[in-house]
Design a protein around this ligand. Sequence first.
Ligand code: NAD
Length: 357
Amino acid sequence: MTNVTLITGDGIGPEIADAARRCVDATGADINWEVAEAGADVMKKYGTPLPEVTFESVRKNGVALKAPITTPVGTGFRSVNVYMRQELDLYACLRPCKSYKGVRSRYTDIDLVVVRENTEDLYAGIEYEKGADDTAELIDWLNEHSERKVASDSGISIKPISVSATQRVFHFAFEYARKMGRRKVTSVHKANIMKYSDGLWLEVSRQVAKGYPDIEFEDRIVDNMCMQLIQKPELYDVMVLPNLYGDILSDLCAGLVGGLGVAPGANIGEKGAIFEATHGSAPRYAGQNKVNPTALILSGVLMLRYLDKMAEADRLEKAVAAVIAEGKSVTYDMKADRNDPTAVGTKEMADAIIAKM
Ligand code: NAD
């Protein structure tokens, strides 16, 4: 038995968590689920959206399947999602984007993987507000030490990229490529402009690539990468990007395969891994047994592969693909007309997937 924490989340979370759990169980994967609460719904009970008992369960088990959690606005609580990623140092965000027959999209046969560095870059949260004293001090220092001048009415965000963080995310990407039988890794950057941050990223990626001669390696400048993905997505395989470009290209790639309803994801580090859909808690659909459970179920597929349960993962992915291809027992968002009365609910779509296994 493998222990896994199931975080049921809030909004549409509990419904899709139940659907995903039942689908994973139907593969025979022998998971011992530790069900744990988090999110807006438990704020009253625990005084925090992330009870210690929930986080402790994730720390202990090292693997969690997590339904979406609302980020409360203006309550003083930070994002539970960001907090867990930072505390567990989940440095690689994995977003496979694959076409499934039956999902409406402009493209067919897309099979891409985005690996986003999760801890550095402009997302490091090192920011200086316009007009603040420390900002003025920083601007004075910069103007003294640089030929380029920074205007005194600037706000500043810092973009750190380190050798160590770049090395570990590329090792992760190459190891993933090897394990999953992928052929190529592309390092994405803007090294021609940002020589000391993206330039370092490129240099380190080239060094790490030397240790993986069995996997093809190349690099692309991020703006060109965007155009190539729209024109010739079939040329690419695993793409590795610093945090900000990774955020943007993840959405671009999700768009290539039909959007949020089918976009799974994972945040992975040495201390653990959290598998979750790319979409959020869609609060206005909560409790209606209406939304699409596919993204979280496919996150379950990623989790099974992470746990080396390859046959179970393949079985579940095939069952999901079959139900989507048939187009009968699918939720409203997968129908050509969103008001199609033949659309089924979250639970019924999961039942149809289970029936295919
Ligand atoms: P959202 O993804 O929750 O919803 C946007 C819209 O997408 C929904 O109104 C709905 O039309 C559609 N949608 C989303 N999931 C769907 C599904 N499974 N099936 C069918 N349609 C679906 O984005 P949002 O409204 O910006 O965010 C709501 C809350 O979720 C916010 O508090 C946000 O911070 C949070 N959030 C959490 C996570 C996470 O837990 N990892 C991720 C993103 C957003």
